[in-house]
Write a protein that binds this ligand. Structure first.
Ligand code: GDP
Ligand code: MG
Length: 176
């Protein structure tokens, strides 16, 4: 059985908990605990292999951010970085987070760090502040997966992205 550890990172309110709960339960609840760090466990099977998935969903990474951010950076095998397409600040924060992941992993990881960038709240595209193109090129610069998603309205895209990320992590773990 493979153990796979993922961490969600991104601005408070970007929808980290929402995309994760959507992936794990297929449901969108609307409100999520925001004052605690949560660790989710799930057994799943991908490409016929049994996996033990652990996902770290941190609370706010804003002010007292550093200590919270560094912990998942060391712990996780792969990352989901979430921003909101209707909030440019969250996109700039995602950019910083990607830089921090790269920085902290540069010496320890031989291949690419498995990362997926998610532009969430695509349903709010009437008040969009970040274009799909900007998201895509940030992802290309950082060699990560990318897609705009909506935790509120769509399950399939989120599920496909998580699955791709997990496959990438499984590849990386083989080479350790
Ligand atoms: P977190 O702080 O990053 O974990 O963000 P949450 O998952 O708690 O989401 C913050 C708020 O955004 C909540 O009120 C969610 O209901 C809302 N939200 C999350 N995803 C979406 C989405 O795809 N569309 C819309 N319209 N709202 C969303
Ligand atoms: Mg949350």
């Amino acid at each position: 059985m493979n153990d796979i550890k993922l961490a969600l990172l991104g601005s408070e309110g970007a929808g980290k908990s929402a995309v994760l709960v959507r992936f794990l339960t297929k449901r969108f609840i609307g409100e999520y605990a925001s004052n605690t760090n949560s660790l989710y466990h799930k057994r799943l099977s991908i490409d016929g292999r049994q996996l033990n998935l652990e996902v770290f969903d941190p609370c706010s990474q804003s002010e007292e951010s550093k200590c919270i951010l560094e912990e998942p950076l060391d712990w996780a095998d792969g990352f989901v970085v979430v921003y909101t397409i209707s909030d440019r600040t969250s996109f700039l924060n995602a950019k910083n987070i990607l830089a921090q992941i790269k920085e902290s992993r540069r010496e320890t990881c031989k291949g690419e760090v498995p990362i997926c960038l998610m532009g969430n709240k695509q349903d709010l595209c009437h008040s969009r502040q970040v274009s799909d193109e900007e998201g895509r090129s940030l992802a290309q610069e950082n060699k990560c997966l990318f897609q705009e998603v909506s935790a509120a309205e769509n399950y399939l895209e989120i599920s496909n992205l998580f699955t791709k990320l997990i496959r990438h992590v499984m590849e990386q773990l083989k080479h350790r």
